[in-house]
Design a protein around this ligand. Structure first.
Ligand code: S3P
Length: 444
């Protein structure tokens, strides 16, 4: 974060409905992976639609520091890959900023490169657990030295003679799965990973796109993934779709403001990311999909949300991986919905950019909405949003955007302490929302 002082904002109920058609920025998960896979491939990868958010720019800087050529070419990005195993030792500490995905996926890559690297991040990232990746990655022969609780800064000594990995994920995490697969890329033999519930499969899709051999089979409720190590990764162009996790915010605002209709064009519709849209339909949301197609190996389409009279919902725990980043904004919608909602099995939210379970409950309560945490469940008593609160955003972009959406439906204006972190995933959010008619103001 370059800006040194906080950027407080205020959101209020707009005088008129929200309307318009927008394209949200590129998918964050796919953008990180496109840069990383491009850097590991032989040849030049052209990426269109890359998210130019701070998290992804951190990945670009790190891959450059490891020897890849990464440049902007008009609206596209070009990556000159080093070839698998070809990364070079970075001269300085790799700063991953606010990004857990960047840090954990890169740890996977570095684990099977024979080099020394040190990784750090901002205060939020330095609080987040890294054992979930250092434990499996040690099986490849890498060594890690970290602060207490396996927190950043993290020193990585990559394996000289990497071993393939076999690992069953203790938690459903696409980051951990991807770290294991990325490490397995530069090890001989087959790397196998099993996940207890299916999580986003962008790594598997992109590995195939770059020429790796990946097979996926069902394993109980989850999946078993098998990757053949040391493939010839060939540069392959990537078209990044709009991020459904970003589209969630303007679409949610449209559902809340009477008379609204908002379209998020070219939005990624990967079923393993679509849990929010399924849940919204269960709540009675009018959400229409048009122009469905496959672009760059991922399903995409145009999503339109119309103002809807929402009813409370009970979201089962097994749906969490397909909407893990969407709970704060879903909680905002539950606050407006008739009845009591229960969002189940949210333990993983405690280790996001902030403790998102506690922070989401606090966001609602400070604005007069009744919400409780019971075990790993969040319970929200909906119906009306008094507003008038000041939300602490805790270096967490999704809390900031969720609070500003809440303000669109609150009786009294909602304030946030800091809008700066929105730039990690959704640069241009304020302007895009204002363009639709949302009432957002910078405050002193
Ligand atoms: C991501 C996986 C999820 C998600 C994050 C992006 C990814 O994290 O919350 O925003 O790109 O793989 P976990 O794997 O920790 O659930």
């Amino acid at each position: 974060m370059n800006e040194t002082s906080p950027r407080p904002y205020l959101a209020r109920r707009p005088a008129a409905p929200l309307s318009g058609r927008v394209s949200v920025p590129g998918d964050k998960s796919i953008s990180h992976r496109a840069l990383m896979f491009g850097a590991l491939a032989v040849g030049q990868t052209r990426i269109s639609g890359l998210l130019e958010g701070e998290d992804v720019l951190r990945t670009a800087s790190a891959m450059r520091a490891l020897g890849a050529g990464i440049t902007r070419d008009g609206a596209d990005w070009l990556v000159s890959g080093r070839g698998l195993g070809g990364l070079t030792e970075p001269e300085d500490v790799l700063d991953m900023g606010n990004s857990g995905t960047a840090a954990r996926l890169l740890a996977g890559i570095l684990a099977t490169h024979d080099l020394y690297a040190v990784m750090t991040g901002d205060a939020s990232l330095r609080r987040r657990p890294m054992r979930r990746v250092t434990e499996p990655l040690s099986l490849a022969g890498a060594r890690f030295f970290a602060r207490a609780g396996d927190r950043l800064p993290l020193t990585i000594l990559g394996a000289r003679d990497p071993l393939p990995l076999r690992y069953r994920l203790p938690v459903a995490s696409a980051q951990v799965k991807s770290a294991v697969l990325l490490a397995g890329l530069n090890a001989p033999g087959y790397t196998e990973v099993e996940e207890p519930e299916p999580t986003r499969d962008h790594s598997e899709n992109m590995l195939r796109h770059f020429g790796a051999e990946v097979s996926v089979s069902a394993a109980g409720r989850g999946r078993h993934i098998r990757l053949k190590g040391q493939p010839e990764l060939r540069a392959a162009d990537v078209a990044v779709p709009g991020d459904p996790s970003s589209a969630a915010f303007p679409l949610a605002a449209a559902l809340l403001v009477p008379g609204s209709a908002v379209t998020a064009a070219n939005t990624g519709l990967n079923p393993l990311r679509a849990g929010l849209f399924l849940t919204l339909r269960e709540m009675g949301a009018r959400l229409e999909t048009a122009n469905e197609r496959v672009a760059g190996g991922e399903p995409v389409g145009d999503l339109t949300a119309f103002y809807s009279d929402l009813a409370a919902v009970d979201v089962p725990p097994e749906r969490a991986p397909s909407m893990i980043d969407e709970y704060p904004v879903l909680a905002v919608l539950c606050a407006a919905a008739r009845g009591t909602s229960r969002l189940r099995g949210l333990a993983e939210l405690r280790v996001k950019e902030s403790d998102r379970l506690a922070a989401t409950a606090a966001l609602l309560r400070v604005n007069g909405v009744r919400a409780e945490i019971e075990g790993d469940d969040l319970i929200i008593h909906g119906g009306a949003i008094p507003g008038g609160g000041m939300v602490e955003t805790r270096m967490d972009h999704r809390l900031a955007m969720s609070a500003l959406v809440l303000g669109q439906a609150a009786d009294a204006p909602v304030r946030i302490d800091d809008a700066r972190f929105i730039d990690t995933s959704f640069p241009g959010f304020i302007g895009l929302m204002r363009g639709l008619g949302a009432a957002l103001e910078a405050v002193a």
